[in-house]
Design a protein around this ligand. Structure first.
Ligand code: K1U
Ligand code: ZN
Length: 167
């Protein structure tokens, strides 16, 4: 397995739109293993392929305390959404920044597994938020896009300050 480099905002490659997987082969298994290892090392609960500069619709998630319940979602899609809820979100591509985001509370979603088998399920809470956050990544969208112009301006200043300190 290999650790992949996670792209950080404002890297333009985070705005690429990922394409659907059509071949369920050993390359997909290698990609998902590498993404899981990277997500665990970075201490995230999710990771989308776009964040590691792979433009394919692949997402990994593990919400378990012991990090022993990995989920792989290939070509994930929200089929139906109900209600709204606001939760504080973070992002491995926007380190050290957290903000409240309003999303659908409950979702029905579909995805494919490594064998190309289709699954359909319903969920809410953190998993629903995480799936929506990761699908946004596959569409080139970041959680900070939901912020008010004032909050985005503050974030931009914070990042510029951090970049100055690092240089
Ligand atoms: O996609 C990513 O950047 C991963 C992201 C997923 C996510 C976290 C919180 C809400 C929605 C989506 C993270 O894992 S950020 C890491 C983090 O700060 C965190 C870890 C555990 C619980 C909550 C946040
Ligand atoms: Zn993210």
């Amino acid at each position: 397995m290999a650790i992949m480099q996670v792209l950080h905002f404002p890297d333009k490659r985070l705005r690429n739109k990922a394409v659907e997987i059509s071949e369920f082969n050993s390359d997909l298994k290698t990609l998902s293993d590498n993404m899981l290892e990277t997500m665990y090392l970075e201490k995230g609960i999710g990771l989308a392929a776009t964040q590691v500069n792979v433009q394919k619709r692949v997402v990994v998630i593990d919400l378990s305390e012991d990090k022993d319940s990995p989920m792989l979602l290939v070509n994930p899609k929200v089929l139906a959404a109900d209600g709204t809820e606001t939760m504080q979100e973070g992002c491995l591509s926007v380190p050290e920044f957290y903000a409240d985001v309003e999303r659908a509370e409950q979702i029905r979603y579909e995805y494919f597994d490594l064998n190309g088998t289709r699954h359909e399920d319903e969920t809410d809470g953190l998993l629903a938020v995480c799936i929506q956050h990761e699908i946004d990544h596959l569409d080139g969208k970041l959680f900070i896009d939901y912020l008010s112009p004032l909050k985005r301006q503050r974030l931009k200043k914070k990042i510029e300050k951090m970049e100055k300190l690092a240089s």
